[in-house]
Design a protein around this ligand. Structure first.
Ligand code: APR
Length: 324
């Protein structure tokens, strides 16, 4: 039987951590891709371009851990997309973080260029792959990847909801004093600030959350989950979250590779669904071999509909700022 092949574009913190988790779950062979060269400053102050060997270093290090951890995966790091050919799943984490003095629009412009180029390369070498986009701003980058790849919509998914729900679930488990495994939660809408939590669809061990956590406390927990990315940035000081984003991404990859038909909240293309009209927004999806196999439409009450619509409007505004 052929092993599954997973390519990860961007071998930074999120990409390398995805590789680590995918290897430890023995999901398949892994290719880590990054840029070919970086600019370094020499002792005399002049700059020169040197080959960027970091992805090869991380891949080799991870491969050397395999006899200890017991996974049989080939792991390579390169800038050569031909090595990604015929991947089953491609995870896109390439991009730059916002730098001081950089506006949000500058960041979108830079990451649009990067994600566009990446998606074109993915489409060329792995036309049948399911592409999971992680690069931020997520709701815009997943749209860019779709347009640039020309992929059918089931082949493109954004990672957002699994991470937001994981943050929410972990804080709820802490509050209730129960296992994190027993907390089930569903979120809709955009990523982070724009997420729409649904307390009516949140349970711990099958018990509706409203019976376990007071309304005011639940609101505080929702807010903490919403600000989850910023809380980590503040603590790390030199970067953004990567363990939880990578774990969330690998859960999606696993559902696809093993054709598990898991129902996970993901940024999926919605046309008629929820009346979205052609954007990627967070909705419950069935994930299997064909990527997004189904978007599940759930019943929303008036308040939930309103919150979802506000979130969708934000996603549309964000996508409008993208210059393809
Ligand atoms: N092709 C391939 N890789 C690229 C490209 C490109 N065109 N441009 C940049 N990269 C690489 C960088 O060289 C870097 O190694 O993407 C990697 C990004 O890694 P980090 O800077 O460590 O960022 P990380 O924390 O991994 O976050 C990546 O995921 O969660 C999101 O907001 C986060 O958008 C960010 C992305």
């Amino acid at each position: 039987m052929r092993r599954a092949k997973i390519s990860i574009i961007g071998a930074g913190n999120v990409g390398a951590t995805c590789a680590h988790w995918a290897a430890s779950k023995e999901l398949g062979d892994i290719v880590l891709i990054d840029i070919p060269e970086i600019e370094v400053t020499k002792p005399d102050g002049t700059k020169e371009k040197v080959p960027f060997t970091m992805p090869a270093g991380k891949a080799l290090d991870l491969y050397e851990a395999s006899p200890v951890e017991g996974y049989d995966s080939k792991i390579i790091g390169t800038s050569d997309y031909s090595k990604t050919a015929d991947s089953d799943v491609v995870i896109v984490t390439a991009g730059i973080a916002r730098k001081p003095g950089m506006s949000r629009d500058d960041l979108i412009a830079t990451n649009t260029k990067i994600v566009r180029e990446v998606a074109q390369n993915v489409a060329k070498h792995s036309p049948k792959a399911i592409m999971i986009v992680v690069s931020n701003p997520l709701d815009a980058m997943v749209y860019v990847a779709w347009k640039a790849s020309g992929f059918p919509t089931n082949q493109i998914i954004g990672q957002a909801g699994v991470l937001d729900a994981a943050r929410y679930r972990s804080f709820l488990a802490e509050e209730i004093g129960c296992s994190v495994e027993d907390v089930q939660a569903l979120l809709l809408g955009g990523h982070g600030d724009d997420m729409v939590p649904l307390p009516r669809y949140t349970f711990a061990g099958g018990i509706p959350i409203a019976q376990l956590v007071k309304k005011e406390r639940l609101e505080q927990i929702v807010q903490r989950a919403r600000d989850g990315g910023a809380e980590i940035v503040k603590l790390l000081k030199t970067g953004s979250a990567y363990y939880a984003p990578a774990a969330a991404t690998v859960q999606m990859a696993e559902a696809i590779i093993k054709d598990k038909k898991r129902i996970l909240p993901c940024a999926a293309y919605c046309e008629k669904e929820y009346g979205v009209g052609g954007y990627f927004v967070g909705v419950p999806c069935v994930l299997g071999t064909n990527g997004v196999e189904r978007v599940i439409q759930i019943e929303l009450d008036d308040n939930e509909k309103k919150a979802f619509q506000t979130s969708v409007d934000h996603v549309k505004e964000l996508v409008k700022t993208v210059k393809l």
